[in-house]
Design a protein around this ligand. Structure first.
Ligand code: FAD
Length: 400
């Protein structure tokens, strides 16, 4: 039987980053991951799965020494963001207005995960179980026992579920999930843009959902996230490249000239969800295992990384990592923040997905008015960048 202080199920972006942070603080960590991380080849095209990474997440990566490895692989900063609805209004955000170097970075999920795994291999006190899957969970007063599919057992004082939206650990623990199916899918693919993206993240609101073009390191390439009602998304996925290009062009407009989709497309069903509890006796959930939100504001993994950073803050060296008070404090803080973000996303979706004339008028006026109110814009940008003061230590400047 393997012994550890903390066993983490799931070594994706959130679980692997959490493992680095805990091992840095000398907790003995066992990490169980079903699939070996994808290799990275700098000559390969950008992967379809990318994330817009906030400043708060960047700081977490910097404090854990993961950032240089990500930069050495591939990251793409963006310094402007334009959000609009045709015929209604437009709002523009610029990093220069905040005296910030950029508004965030677009990074491939595989780059984030790989940087964390490379670091894990250098750290003492980490036991990697990969490929391996959790099969059983047994909780006693003083310990938790995780059985793996191959028959091996890991005993620890705390088990953390970072195994994604369909968390097996959450299921084994009997924790329910409230789930709201958005009835939409997010289509992702790479596109070549004729005019160059100007290091700007572009988002157009359409009646069927938002279409985002995220700028990649090559100024003529963007990664798209096109959220559309499921029947439309299925129809778009079934089109050949030329017909898809035509529909994409019609949906986005001509701001970046001609758009040419590159390579394959993928579609992900979109749902908002929240676990009924984030913690239980000797158990905590982080990342998508605890909550999922609509990708329209690109906050999913950023919230998950803040879960990880907050949990690290709660676990005091020399104390029981499965202590009830610490876990409850973690749940209180993170749940309320996630609920706020989820409600904001619901509000956006309702406002922008609605064709009622008064709402159309309101959002048009709202976007244009907000664009002329610097304090409001700055407050919005601070939130999106993750520049609040009450962040976990790992996400603050020079505080880790
Ligand atoms: C189209 C789309 C666009 C998005 N864009 C953004 C964005 O721009 N910015 C942003 O912040 N977020 C974005 N998100 C959300 C983001 O992708 C997720 O929030 C993020 O992937 C969650 O990371 P995670 O590590 O919690 O879970 P996951 O990435 O799902 O990782 C879970 C890990 O657990 C492993 N695992 C699963 N089951 C088991 C098991 N039984 N045993 C062992 N291991 C297991 C898996 O192999 C995986 O490695 C987007 C999502 C979608 C769908």
């Amino acid at each position: 039987m393997t012994q550890a202080d903390i066993v983490i199920i799931g070594g994706g972006m959130v679980g692997a980053t959490l493992a680095c942070a805990l091992a840095e603080r000398h907790w003995r960590v066992a990490l169980v991951e079903a699939r070996p991380p994808q290799p990275f080849d700098p000559d390969s095209p950008w992967d379809l799965r990318v994330s817009a990474i906030s400043r708060a997440s960047q700081r977490i990566f910097e404090h854990l020494q993961l950032w240089p490895a990500m930069q050495a692989m591939r990251v793409s900063p963006y310094d402007r963001m334009v959000v609009w609805e045709e015929g209604a209004g437009e709002i523009r955000f610029d990093a220069a207005d905040m005296a910030e170097p950029d508004l965030g970075h677009i990074i491939e999920n595989r780059v984030i995960q790989r940087a964390a795994w490379q670091r894990l291999e250098q750290l003492d006190d980490v036991l990697l179980h990969c490929p391996a899957r959790i099969a059983t969970l047994e909780t006693a007063d003083e310990a938790v026992r995780v059985g793996l599919e191959g028959g091996e057992t890991i005993e620890a004082r705390l088990v953390v579920g970072a195994d994604g939206a369909r968390s097996r650990l959450r299921e084994l623990a009997g924790i329910g999930v409230s789930r709201q199916d958005y009835g939409q899918k997010g289509i992702v693919c790479l596109v070549e843009v004729e005019r160059g993206h100007e290091y700007t993240a572009w988002q157009r609101f359409l009646p069927s959902g938002p279409l985002a073009l995220l700028p990649l390191a090559d100024t003529r390439q963007c990664s798209i996230v096109w959220s559309a009602d499921t029947p439309l998304a299925d129809e778009l996925m079934a089109l050949d490249d030329a017909a898809f290009a035509e529909r994409l062009q019609a949906a986005f407009g001509t701001r970046l000239g001609a758009l040419r989709p590159l390579g394959r497309r993928a579609a992900f069903p979109l749902a908002g969800s929240q676990a009924q509890h984030y913690v239980q006796h000797r158990l905590a959930l982080v990342g998508d295992a605890a909550h999922t939100i609509h990708p329209l504001a690109g906050q999913g993994v950023n919230l998950g990384l803040l879960d990880a950073a907050d949990l690290v803050d709660r676990l005091r060296p020399g104390h029981d990592p499965g202590g009830r008070a610490a876990l409850r404090a973690y749940e209180r803080t993170r749940r309320s923040e996630d609920v706020l973000m989820m409600r904001a996303m619901e509000g956006f979706r309702y406002l922008f997905g609605n064709e009622l004339a008064p709402l159309r008028l309101l959002r048009g006026a709202g976007l244009s008015l907000a664009d002329r109110l610097p304090p409001l814009k700055q407050a919005f940008m601070r939130q999106a960048l993750g520049l609040r003061r009450d962040l976990p230590a790992l996400a603050r400047v020079g505080c880790a």
